[in-house]
Design a protein around this ligand. Sequence first.
Ligand SMILES: [Zn+2]
Length: 306
Amino acid sequence: MHNLNQKTVKNKINFNGVGLHTGANVNLSINPALPNEGILFKRTDLKENNIIIPSIFNVTSANFCTTISNNFGVSVSTIEHLMGALFILGVDNAVIEIDNHEVPILDGSAKIFIDKIIETGFDVSSEPIRIIKINNKIELKDGSKFISLEPNNINFEIDYQLEYKNPRIGNQQNKINVYEDDLFDIYNSRTFCLYEDIENLKKLGLAKGGSLENAIVVKQNDVLNESGLRNNKEFVNHKILDCIGDIYLSGHKIIGKLKCVHGGHKLTNQLLRNVFRDKSNFSVIEIKEKNLPSSYINRSYLKSIA
Ligand SMILES: [Zn+2]
C-alpha cells in the first residue's frame, strides 16, 4: 500500500526569488533524498558546516519568521511556508539546497512550492512513514496568547484564532482537519502586515524584500493589494499555514489537536519544546498496513497522511 510509505520528490525542483526580510536574490532547490533522511537544508554558498536540520531545538529566532541554525552559527530563515508545503504534501525526505540565508518568499504563500512539487511528482520508497502521536495535553499562556496540543484519535486538527485591533483583520477563526480537508485556502493564503508597521520593520532591517507582490498590506479598513484577498479568512488561514510549517520541525507528521489564540512562530516553538522535552508526551509510530486497524485503512484520508 504505497501511499503509506515515505515519499521524496521525483527530481530536483528549482525556485528563484527574493528573501522577504533580506531582500536578497536567492536560488533554492528541493532535491530527492533517501528514506529516513528527513528534511535537511544545505547552504550551497558555504563550503563547510553548511547542513542545518529543521528541528524545533535548532530554532534560534522566531520573531517575524522562523530561523534555524546549526552548531556553527550557520542559519536559514523564513523556512515556514516551504516546511508547510512539505508537510501538506507528505514529503518525508528532501534536501533543500539554498545559496543564501533566507528562503525566497515567492508570492507570500506556499502555493508556488506546492504547485511545482505536484507538477514534478513523487518517488515512493518501501519504508513505512512515521507519525508522532501526542500522549499528554500541554498548554502555554502568555498574556492574551494561548496555545495547546493534546491527544487525538487519528487526525491532526488545528483550531486557530486571531485577535487584531485592526478592524479589517479583527477576530478571525478557522478550524481544520489537516488530513481530511481540502487545504487549498490554507496554502494559498499570503503573509500580511499592517501598513503602519512597515516603517518599524524597515528600521529593524526587516521586510527589505517585502512588496504587494508577496504580502497583504492592511491600512485601517483597506487591503492595499489591488486584487484584494484570496479568500475570506486569508489572515487566519495564513497563520495556520505558518503553524503547520513550524509543527513540521518536530521531524514527522503529527496526530493531535492544536488550539491557538493570537499565537505565532515563537509561541508554537515554545509549546513544541515543552512537548518534546519529555518523552512521555509523545510516541513515534510507524504506520504499516499490517499494524493498522481495518477502519484505519478504509479511511480515504490516509492518502493525505502519507
Ligand atoms: Zn507566514
